[in-house]
Write a protein that binds this ligand. Structure first.
Ligand code: PEP
Length: 254
């Protein structure tokens, strides 16, 4: 059984005061929820104050990025160890905005994944194809490269805590969600690949989240798919009511 995860990526939004207010609303609205995991990823500057708000709740803290070195002459960067010191349990790695805007490569992303695991934190590895790649029938090749290179040299044991987020770039922040069939097709492909690269157990245990314009009105259908284990939510995670509804997605009774 894979426990569902709903993660909110706040990106470059919410001042420290706004972030602590939103976190307070989530703590109150979600109570002691335990049949699903909830993760929020505020900006770096808000991390510690948000941690103080959620510390005694089931909500976990995530960073949106990291640098793959512990400490030293790396001006402006933060390592997994420093993020852990701020209260983080997870780190989002390889988000499409960082791949596209900051030119992050699969090799660099792999170094971050490795370092995050070494520090004892959970990486949320983001992958996904652009519209151009999908239209040119390159989707499976792109996903395969991102997974194989992003997870290069990891052992099956190291995969135990890693989370994958499939986020088709054309669906992020655009209001266009992949249909549940399109999302399921990609998730099933990723799971088959994990089986090939590692083993049945890794394929069966790894949580694969869907991301791309997830909203209160599409979460239930997405979560009804066999290989969709949760969601990485951008825009809708900035509103407490919407995010709480997404976290409280309705389970289909089969
Ligand atoms: C994201 O940033 O990871 C994301 C999925 O954004 P949105 O939900 O706004 O499409």
């Amino acid at each position: 059984m894979r426990k569902p995860i709903i993660a909110g990526n706040w990106k470059l939004n919410k001042t420290i005061t706004e972030a602590t207010n939103l976190a307070t609303q989530l703590v109150e609205g979600l109570g002691s929820i335990s049949d699903r995991e909830v993760i929020i990823a505020p900006t770096y500057t808000a991390l510690r104050r948000v941690f103080d708000v959620i510390e005694d709740s089931p909500i976990q803290l995530s960073a949106q990025n990291c640098y793959p070195q512990t400490s030293g002459a790396f001006t402006g960067e933060l390592s997994p160890e420093f993020l852990q010191d701020a209260g983080c349990q997870c780190i989002i790695i390889g988000h499409s905005e960082r791949r596209q805007l900051m030119g992050e490569t699969d090799l660099f992303i792999n170094q971050k994944v490795y370092k995050t695991l070494q520090a004892g934190l959970k990486p949320i590895l983001c992958i996904g194809e652009t519209l151009h790649e999908r239209e040119n029938k390159q989707m499976f090749d792109v996903l395969s490269k991102q997974i194989k290179e992003g997870l290069a040299d990891l052992t099956a044991e190291q995969m135990a805590t890693l989370i994958i987020a499939y986020e088709p770039v054309w669906a992020i922040g655009t209001g266009k969600t992949a249909s549940s069939d399109q999302a399921e097709e990609a998730h099933a492909f990723i799971r088959r690949l994990l089986k090939e690269m590692f083993n049945n157990e890794v394929a069966g245990q790894t949580r694969i989240l869907y991301g791309g314009s997830v909203k209160p009105d599409n979460i239930d259908e997405l979560m009804a798919q066999k290989d969709i284990d949760g969601a990485l939510v951008g825009g809708a995670s900035l509103n407490a009511e919407d995010f709480i509804r997404i976290v409280k997605f309705k389970k289909q009774i089969s």
